[in-house]
Ligand binder design. Structure first.
Ligand code: URA
Length: 266
């Protein structure tokens, strides 16, 4: 017997399961019926008139990478915020990151801006995008437990992400999106001015601490985060979402958290 046709509800459930939970345009596009991209024909070569004894051009000098306009604009804007509220306002008006147009709202921060510890994740997911607060979904519940293990909660810790808008379908933020958002989270760190930073997961620790190694190598070690005026102790540990998939590593996170508690006690 042929399989019954899936209903629209079945298909939507399938998309949701696959992480496709927001539309990028108002009208559907049938990509399957699109013509394959036409092959690009090489344009006719201009005739080259060779001049005898023409000196070969000098080898190209590797220019320093020039930041693109969005990165540059973020770098110019972020330091102008004198308070966290101003920074939130700047981000709300900033149109340089395309993620803003697919996200429901800005996810700026949660917790206590006077806290002496700041946790930094990667980017909001679906629950955070709806609530406008970081770490409120399943991994947020685990982060709450991790904090509680060392006597912290959202009244005694500050929580933010490198990227303040949810990437569509929870895809990884691109390196370019990360570079655009980095000046803002750096300014957020300066304004909160905690004594300890905990980077949750590889993307956060690589972006904030400028590390190349993966989290297995970097977790549990102390690094200095330089705000430009002060050095802050920073630790990388596993992201709670990773711990939900690999609970065996909770043991190592417990070690990291104990070191964090000790650092907070001075
Ligand atoms: N994962 C993150 O990195 N941040 C959140 O806010 C939620 C999930």
């Amino acid at each position: 017997m042929p399989e019954p046709m899936p209903t629209a509800r079945d298909l939507l459930a399938f998309y949701l399961e696959a992480g496709v939970d927001c539309a990028l345009s108002d009208t559907p596009v049938d990509r399957l019926s699109e013509e394959p991209a036409a092959e690009i024909q090489p344009t006719a070569r201009p005739t080259l008139f060779r001049t005898a004894n023409l000196a070969p051009p000098p080898p190209p000098v590797d220019p320093a990478p020039v930041p693109d306009a969005a990165i540059q604009s973020a770098r110019d804007l972020a330091p102008q915020a004198a308070t966290l509220e101003e920074l939130r306002g700047l981000l709300d008006r900033f149109d340089g990151c395309a993620l803003k147009s697919t996200a429901t709202r800005l996810v700026f921060a949660d917790g206590n801006p006077q806290a002496n510890i700041m946790f930094i994740g990667e980017a909001p997911g679906r629950d955070e995008d709806l609530a406008g607060l970081p770490f409120v979904g399943r991994s947020g519940k685990l982060l709450d437990l991790m904090m509680a293990a060392i006597g912290l909660d959202r009244t005694s810790a500050y929580i933010a992400n490198i990227i303040p808008w949810r990437p569509p379908g929870n895809r990884d933020p691109s390196p370019h999106e990360t570079q655009i958002c980095l000046p803002f989270i750096r300014r957020q760190i300066q304004l909160v001015d905690p004594d300890v930073i905990v980077c949750l997961g590889k993307p956060s620790s690589q972006a904030i601490l400028d590390l190349k190694d993966g989290i297995m190598k970097t977790r549990g070690r102390w690094f200095d985060y330089d705000t430009g005026t002060r050095r802050i102790k920073a630790m990388a540990t596993f992201h709670p979402a990773y711990l939900l998939r690999q609970p065996i590593y909770k043991r190592l996170v417990w070690q990291d958290l104990r070191a964090v508690r000790k650092a907070l006690q001075g």
